[in-house]
Design a protein around this ligand. Structure first.
Ligand code: DX5
Ligand code: ZN
Length: 220
């Protein structure tokens, strides 16, 4: 299966966001990753549904929205109305996770759960069969440009074994944070099906096309 590349717009040039998104689509990426931060669940504050709506108008790519927010049930419908195709909520932010996952699916989007680096995989045990994707944070959430946490690769392997062991084909395994050309192959070999890459794609130094090509060339 071809590994998908999902650039995060968090490190894009927001003075020319439409141009950056179009360049990513032209470079052949698969999804567009939108990192939503509320300044409470994570220290940083990023953007709301308005930017999702602008991104929707700028691309035909699936919009993969990562809600790093408290009480995501309050916000997710607005992002889906703005054009989000996929929503990942943080397990750590949901008291009633099963209800939130149902809410995402009832609103017509694909449902995902994101795990911070210290959150045990076994907490997914009951909800896994309901999910379209699992997002493994390979950095502590809140900022782009951080270093990949090496222990994440073994976590991805264990998650992939969990998913396969339950016969849950089709569950996307997203790795998010610190993904670069030098570690992409190992992350893919561990079982990731989607690589989120922010500063590896939007770095303000090289073209988006060159950065995407370098990532793609590093993958099997
Ligand atoms: C961090 C975000 C990541 C991050 C990816 O909280 O969830 O998506 O922006 O950026 P890089 O690839 O630069 O780590
Ligand atoms: Zn993210």
């Amino acid at each position: 299966m071809t590994i998908k590349i999902a650039p995060s717009i968090l490190t894009a040039d927001f003075n020319h966001l439409g141009r950056e998104i179009a360049a990513a689509q032209a470079a052949g990426v698969d999804w567009l990753h939108l990192d939503v931060m509320d300044g409470h669940f994570v220290p940083n504050l990023s953007f709301g549904p308005l930017v999702a709506r602008a991104a929707r108008a700028a691309t035909t790519l699936p919009l993969d929205v990562h809600l790093m927010v408290e009480q995501p049930e309050r916000l997710l419908n607005a992002f889906i109305a703005a054009g989000a195709d996929r929503i990942s909520v943080h397990l750590e932010a949901c008291v009633h996770l099963h209800r939130v996952v149902q809410q995402i699916k009832e609103a017509g989007a694909c449902a995902g759960v994101a795990l911070n680096p210290a959150t045990p995989l076994h907490l997914l045990e009951e909800i896994l069969p309901e999910l379209d994707q699992v997002l493994v944070m390979s950095v502590n959430p809140g900022f782009g440009g951080q270093a990949y946490i090496p222990a994440s690769t073994a976590r991805v392997q264990r998650l992939a074994a969990m998913v396969a062991g339950r016969g849950l084909t089709g569950v996307e395994i997203i790795v998010d944070g610190g993904v670069k050309a030098h570690n992409a192959a190992a992350i893919a070999a561990a079982g990731a099906t989607v690589l989120v890459a922010g500063s590896a794609v939007f770095d303000g130094r090289h073209s988006v096309a060159d950065n995407v090509a370098a990532l793609r060339a590093a993958l099997p």
